[in-house]
Design a protein around this ligand. Structure first.
Ligand code: CAA
Length: 300
């Protein structure tokens, strides 16, 4: 199947950068969000990101402008769905919202359109079941920051057709990504399960007062060669995202071990979501630079 027009639902950190990845690869791309303000914010951030790339010689001004020219923005989901060959839903990690989106997509997207979700919490069978085209639904999961990270996970559910899997794997390669195929659904998929194991241990070490979160991050970077430590990574991904994923996984599995760690819940309840709110485990200046907080060990 020939894909020309891609629709991204949700213009948060993930949706916006996924949209830019698609536009850079030559696809006509629409970013849809219920909030016009969020769309304006997304455009501003993407323009700044492209200008930075031009400054650094990573791409020419003409390439950046052409890609930005292929991006359009709308709050109207049914209209945007009507011309999409492929949809990537990156709305908030709440199942009822995703199901509502997929119902609308199924009603308005052309019959040939493939509907994917960027969720790593919900296997796509959960959204496929509200559509009449389960064979054209799968997960297409990107990593933050989507403009940089090469991996995407393609996850099929029982009814996803081979043709859909092939088209989505080919699409991922055409975006310059390295797709990893999961043959069946499992909460967290592959990469987040690996990351989750490290994060859980890091939270345990911190909460037990064994080491400060700064030192645990340092160990991950300097002993294991990770580009950033687990606490820095939570701040980048968003503590709200990390919290909601764990909460949803708990609701999916009923396993109390999956509940968000109390230290994570404490920051979530305080509204300290990480880089995007200026404070999480660390504090951030307006230009995104990291400054440690004075609290070095867990409150005991
Ligand atoms: N958006 C886009 N590009 C970014 C970026 C961002 N938020 N942050 C950094 N970059 C790019 C820029 O090109 C930057 O260079 P410039 O500042 O000169 O423009 C370049 O990366 C290098 O950045 P830094 O010098 O600031 O830092 P770095 O070398 O450590 O790289 C990083 C930053 C790529 C984010 C790297 O630290 C990294 O790979 N971290 C791990 C990220 C990770 O594990 N992501 C997975 C998260 S899990 C997830 O997303 C799944 C889920 O379901 C929740």
């Amino acid at each position: 199947m020939q894909i020309q027009n891609i629709l991204i639902i949700g213009s948060g950190a993930m949706g916006a950068q996924i949209g830019m990845v698609c536009a850079l690869a030559g696809y006509r791309t629409t970013l849809q969000d219920v909030s016009g303000e969020a769309l304006e914010q997304a455009l501003k951030q993407l323009e700044a990101r492209m200008s930075r790339d031009v400054e650094k010689g990573r791409r020419t001004r003409a390439e950046a402008d052409d890609a930005l020219g292929r991006l359009s923005f709308t709050t109207l989901l049914p209209d945007a769905a009507a011309w999409a060959d492929l949809v990537i839903e990156a709305a908030t990690e709440k199942l009822h919202i995703k199901q509502e989106v997929f119902r609308t997509l199924d009603a308005h997207a052309p019959a040939h359109a493939i509907l994917t979700t960027n969720s790593s919490t919900y296997g796509s069978s959960k959204v496929a079941e509200v559509t009449g085209r389960a064979e054209k639904v799968c997960n297409l999961h990107f990593f933050n920051p989507a403009l940089v990270m090469a991996c995407v996970e393609v996850v099929r559910h029982e009814q996803t057709s081979d043709e859909t899997v092939q088209t989505v794997m080919d699409l991922a390669r055409s975006l310059g990504k390295e797709p990893v195929l999961l043959n069946r659904e499992i909460p967290g998929f592959v990469a987040n399960r690996l990351m989750g194991a490290i994060r859980d241990e890091a939270l345990r070490l911190y909460a037990d007062g064994i080491a400060s979160y700064e030192d645990i991050d340092t160990a991950a970077r300097t002993a294991l060669g990770h580009p950033m430590g687990p606490f820095e990574l939570m701040d980048l991904v968003g503590l709200d995202v990390s919290y909601l994923i764990r909460q949803a996984t708990y609701e999916e599995t009923g396993d109390e071990n999956e509940l968000p760690h109390p230290e994570l819940a404490r920051l979530y309840r305080a509204g300290n979501y990480g880089k995007k709110t200026g404070e999480g485990w660390y504090r951030y200046t307006a230009d995104g630079a990291k400054t440690p907080k004075t609290l070095k060990t867990a409150a005991r």
